[in-house]
Design a binder for this molecule. Structure first.
Ligand code: ASC
Length: 150
């Protein structure tokens, strides 16, 4: 029983540590990884946007699956903004490292909006999805405006 509990504890710790677990051999690997995670996130976020904006028919199950995917992906890029990843093939602005508390705040805000979007998707109606989509998109944009070069 004790072993079971400590195994459970260990697996919980591992699960909680997952977003920070990605390891990068070189700064350019981290840059590629974070760009890839944003790209995949945007593809799924765009699918929710298409539903919210009436470009594709609302599909409650697809909305839930997609929102789950987006909120899981939203945990990934941040561990890839480590030291030395400010230079190279990146549009990341120096402010990310100079104003790291502000950057953290913006990334937390975005993740919080995506949690709300996820709750809205699970409500199972298009109006809830529409209401949550705008603020979620705005939280993406806020970070782009302040921390990403054009
Ligand atoms: C998207 C997407 C983003 C955000 C942002 C919202 O669909 O890929 O990065 O919305 O453009 O303004």
């Amino acid at each position: 029983m004790k072993t079971m509990l400590s195994l459970l504890g260990a697996s919980m710790v591992l699960t909680l540590a997952l977003p920070a677990q990605a390891q990068f051999a070189k700064p350019e690997d981290a840059i590629k990884y974070r760009k890839a995670s944003f790209t995949v996130m945007a593809a799924h976020f765009g699918r929710l946007g298409a539903m919210a904006n009436g470009r594709v028919p609302y599909d409650a199950k697809a909305a839930v699956d997609t929102a789950d995917t987006v909120s899981a992906l939203a945990k990934l890029p941040w561990a890839a903004f480590g030291e030395g990843t400010d230079k190279g093939e990146t549009r990341a602005k120096p402010e990310i490292w100079k104003e790291s508390a502000k950057f953290k705040e913006a990334s937390d805000k975005m993740q919080a909006e995506l949690v709300k979007l996820n709750v809205a998707a699970k409500a199972g109606n298009l109006d809830a999805l529409k209401a949550a989509f705008g603020p979620a998109g705005a939280s993406c944009k806020a970070c782009h405006d302040n921390f990403r070069k054009d």
